[in-house]
Design a protein around this ligand. Structure first.
Ligand code: ASP
Length: 352
């Protein structure tokens, strides 16, 4: 992955109060029209002109931009690796990081980064926009300014939010608890199973009880992913062929069963036998609910007890985005047994 790097001191002639790195990966945020009316990526060296309010934050900003910014539908584990490495390599020199990313897959990338950086003790705040920064009504300006303010916020000289988050439309959410839920309005993200970490109004109100404590120990970087995973989304009327096709996909090691309600699935014999046979072949089956709020409780209904009986693992209250990225990272780090042992245990606050 290639980058360009520029430094902007928004404080001069005063002294900067914080050092923040912005990692620009692409997405709607940075789009602007050139003289011919074509949308092209925004030139970050002009950020002070687009955002005069930056001067009031007194920051020393380093912007690392992907040379080829991507729509986030094209984000891959290679990009996660690149973002993780940039954070890891610059960690000691910065007070925190703002990652500008398309909204479509932001929750996947934020989840991946949260698992990649054990012992993170500084803010990594993802943000983006529903309208390009060049548009008069764009949400890009507020999202970036407040993300920068949160990234540089301190309490007793320590970072106030030492975790991976998404800041969007006046709300700060834990990254691996967030979901994109809206594509037309500005309130694009929600976190059905975890409280909002901060709300930005006249002041930024932090929910200190919900923010993770800073980890101790040196930052680590895990940057390998194994994409031998799949998702089986249930629906009434799903056919045996469809289920078998997913469970028998060549090379697949783990399948997320996206179940109904609190983790329920059909009790038809063919269905249970297909799942049981897959587990006997060594596949990991993880039960994640289609509901954005609430949790999987295998055994609450007869329609989920059978899943527990055959060895399907409960995903508890994890999001699909966190589950898939966690599986990909664990499968790259551990064998099937090691992954099975860790998938149901919280690594970075992604599940209760
Ligand atoms: N398609 C865009 C992306 O995810 C949408 C956005 O940035 O909001 O890159």
């Amino acid at each position: 992955m290639k980058y360009t790097r520029i430094s902007i001191n928004t404080a001069t002639p005063a002294e900067a109060r914080s050092r923040v790195m912005i990692i620009y990966t692409g997405g709607t945020f940075g789009m602007t029209y050139n003289e011919s009316g074509v949308l092209i990526p925004f030139d970050f060296s002009l950020i002070k002109e687009q955002l005069p309010a930056l001067r009031n934050l007194f920051l020393e900003i380093t912007v690392v931009s992907f040379t080829n910014p991507v729509d986030s539908s094209n984000i891959s584990p290679e990009h996660w690796k690149a973002i993780g490495e940039i954070i890891f390599d610059n960690y000691d020199l910065q007070d925190g990081f703002v990652v500008l990313h398309g909204t479509d897959t932001m929750a996947f990338t934020a989840s991946a980064i949260s698992f990649m950086l054990p012992n993170l003790a500084k803010p990594v705040i993802f943000t983006g926009a529903q309208l390009p920064i060049s548009q008069p009504r764009s949400d890009a300006r507020e999202n970036l300014i407040t993300a920068l303010e949160i990234t540089s916020a301190k309490l007793n000289d320590k970072p106030l939010v030492p975790e991976v988050c998404i800041y969007f439309d006046y709300q700060l959410l834990r990254g691996n608890r967030a979901k994109k839920v809206e594509s037309m309005h500005f309130d694009a993200f929600e976190s059905g199973n975890y409280p909002v970490l901060a709300k930005a109004g006249v002041k930024i109100d932090y929910n200190l009880a919900a923010i993770a404590p800073a980890a101790a120990g040196p930052l680590r970087l895990l940057s390998k992913f194994d994409a031998s995973v799949s998702i089986l989304k249930l629906f009434p009327g799903i056919s045996p062929q469809m289920v078998e096709a997913v469970l028998n996909t060549n090379g697949v090691k783990a399948v997320i069963i996206e179940t109904f309600g609190s983790g329920n699935a059909p009790t038809a014999r063919w269905f249970v036998e297909s799942l049981g046979a897959a587990i006997n072949r060594g596949l990991i089956l993880l039960n994640v609910s289609q509901c954005p709020g609430g949790m999987v409780e295998q055994g609450r209904y007869e329609t989920s007890k059978v899943l527990a009986d055959i060895g399907v693992i409960s995903g508890g209250d994890i999001t699909l985005e966190a589950a898939i990225t966690k599986l990909m990272l664990l499968l790259a780090e551990y064998d099937i047994e090691g992954t099975r042992a860790r998938i149901g245990v919280s690594l970075a606050g992604e599940m209760a």
